[in-house]
Design a protein around this ligand. Structure first.
Ligand code: GTP
Ligand code: MG
Length: 233
């Protein structure tokens, strides 16, 4: 199995907006999946990708510090995947993502998911050109993560409270977490997941599909608005 690997990219400050233009032109929605190390991001992809098959063609950009092990976990599902190696940096950059976009068959995709490198400190600060952000937080990591690393949750549309099966064994204070989240991203939705018992996977699939369909509808509306009047009637 050969997985394209992107290691370095020239620094281009306009790369994020260029990425959005590339994605919009291709009609592809991009979801940036952030989260702490080991929060279960790849496990969520393993659960969700077979569920999305048939409804939406998905490609994955996998961010890691070294290696391709998570990319291989996704590639065996028959999904196009590009590995980004952060090479000394602790988060992905938009220009690196741009190189990965050129490696993906965008003309055959409707969705690209970027699994960000699991560093809580700075991944939230970097705009990759994504349309949406989702943030995975393992309940065993503790509710204080949101308070200590607010940038991880800023502008996120969805919080995935992962490894929900471990909740009874942790001191995760759901109410304290909700209060903190409300002060950072008041509009964020929350889905609890347990990939072992497949809890929350259908809800997550529905959430993603809703956004992909809304984006498709916007494109159709834009195209018909630009079409000559005789075509619209
Ligand atoms: N108990 C439990 N374990 C889980 C769940 N989801 C994932 N795991 C385990 O958590 C560990 C980390 O999962 P990954 O999916 O590799 O996490 P990740 O966020 O992709 O990790 P990095 O890419 O290294 O940041 C693995 O051992 C998984 O089997 C879950 O819902 N419940
Ligand atoms: Mg991973």
């Amino acid at each position: 199995m050969t997985i394209p690997v992107v290691r370095q990219a020239p620094c281009n400050p306009r790369a994020a907006s260029e990425n959005r233009r590339i994605l919009d032109t291709a009609g592809v929605m991009c979801l940036n999946l952030l989260g702490t190390t080991g929060s279960g991001k790849t496990a969520l992809l393993e659960a969700i990708l077979p569920r999305l098959r048939g409804a939406v063609n998905t490609g994955v950009i996998m961010g890691d510090l070294v290696g391709t092990c998570d990319a291989k976990r996704v590639a065996v599902l028959g999904v196009p995947v590009v590995q980004l190696v952060a090479d000394g940096s602790c988060h992905l950059q938009a220009d690196q993502v741009q190189q990965a976009l050129h490696e993906l068959p965008l003309n055959r995709l409707q969705l690209v998911v970027v699994e960000n490198v699991g560093c809580p400190v700075c991944q939230g600060a970097a705009d990759l050109g994504e349309h949406l952000r989702a943030t995975a937080l393992c309940c065993a990591t503790g509710h204080a993560v949101a308070h200590k690393y607010p940038q991880l949750f800023r502008d996120t549309a969805l919080v995935l409270l992962t490894k929900h099966d471990l909740l009874p064994y942790s001191d995760f204070d759901v109410n304290a977490f909700l209060r903190t989240l409300a002060s950072i991203s008041p509009a964020a939705e929350i889905i609890c997941t347990d990939t072992r018992k497949r809890v929350g996977i259908d809800r997550l699939a529905g959430w993603i599909l809703g956004y992909v369909r809304a984006q498709r509808l916007r494109r159709v509306r834009r195209a018909s608005a630009a079409a000559p009047a005789w075509l619209a009637t």
